[in-house]
Write a protein of this length. Structure first.
Length: 288
């Protein structure tokens, strides 16, 4: 509610500033403009932190949300694929950001411990272990989504062998032993498929019998074979078991071949005996 009131106040100030400019007559605009200082002060007022609470309630993991990404990033190229807007550099949703300056707070005494992530990184999601003693972080870097693992003692480390794919659901979950992690990993990062030199054929549209309808549900669809190839490239992942305590070999096992898999809700992976249930996207005409 406080955040909403802040935004409303900022809009009111913007309208007043616009009215003042209009009263002075038209002005030439040659570059991106900044609102008055009082508007900027409201827009950049500190926000409440993002909070991830441990299952036991003994600890909180806090981080500061990123509200205004730079214009250069918003204007950067993206791919519109099957309802998603994909950032081709990082491999996540274009324009989506996490939170910075992560820290642990012990609820009993309020003690706060900063987590030493690398500069410029953002926490995208947090998965706590059942005992509330350890956590796995999906962290956004400048060119990839990484896996970090830490404990309530304040220690945290990056798992170098893993590049997380978060496009079609949560990419990191604790296994039932609460010691290892199941991760949706990018199989092998490479350049995306290049577009064809010429279109596969002419674009044909038919208006016969067409009626007005909402286009909201049909935005960013796969419209060509190249779109299909891009979707497979960015959405494909492999399930791997990660043992954070095994410094020599963090990736303990690769469960499946690269495929487009997705999850729904908090329970990303369901385990029955030694088998994992997953959902996969099957291309039309492919063998089932």
């Amino acid at each position: 509610m406080l955040h909403l009131v802040t935004r409303i106040a900022a809009c009111v100030l913007l309208l007043r500033a616009a009215a003042a400019v209009a009263a002075d007559g038209p002005q030439a605009v040659t570059a991106w403009q900044q609102p008055p200082a009082e508007v900027l002060e409201v827009l950049h007022a500190p926000l409440l932190p993002v909070v991830w609470t441990s299952p036991t309630g003994g600890h909180l993991l806090l981080a500061d949300p990123v509200s205004y990404p730079p214009l250069a990033e918003l204007a950067a190229p993206m791919h519109v694929l099957a309802g998603m807007r994909v950032d081709p550099v990082v491999g996540t949703i274009h324009g989506r950001h996490g939170a910075t300056s992560p820290r642990l707070v012990e609820v009993a005494n309020g003690a706060e411990t900063a987590l030493p992530l690398s500069d410029g990184s953002e926490v995208d999601s947090v998965a706590w272990s059942a005992d509330g003693r350890r956590f796995a972080l999906t962290v956004r870097h400048a060119d990839h989504m990484a896996l970090w693992v830490g404990s309530v003692d304040g220690g945290v480390k990056k798992i170098e062998a893993v590049r997380v794919n978060p496009l079609l659901g949560t990419g990191v979950s604790w296994l039932p032993d609460q010691r290892r992690l199941l991760v949706r990993r990018v199989p092998e990062w490479s350049a995306p498929p290049a577009p064809p030199a010429i279109p596969a054929g002419p674009e044909t549209q038919e208006g016969k019998g067409a009626s007005s309808r909402s286009t909201y549900e049909s935005r960013n669809l796969l419209e060509s074979a190249h779109d299909d190839a891009l979707f497979s490239h960015f959405a494909s992942s492999e399930l791997v078991v990660v043992d954070p305590e095994n410094a020599a070999r963090a990736v303990d096992n690769v469960i499946n071949n690269p495929a487009v898999t997705f999850s729904e809700g908090e329970r990303t992976w369901t385990m029955v005996a030694p088998y994992f249930w997953e959902r996969a996207v099957i291309k039309p005409g492919a063998a089932r």
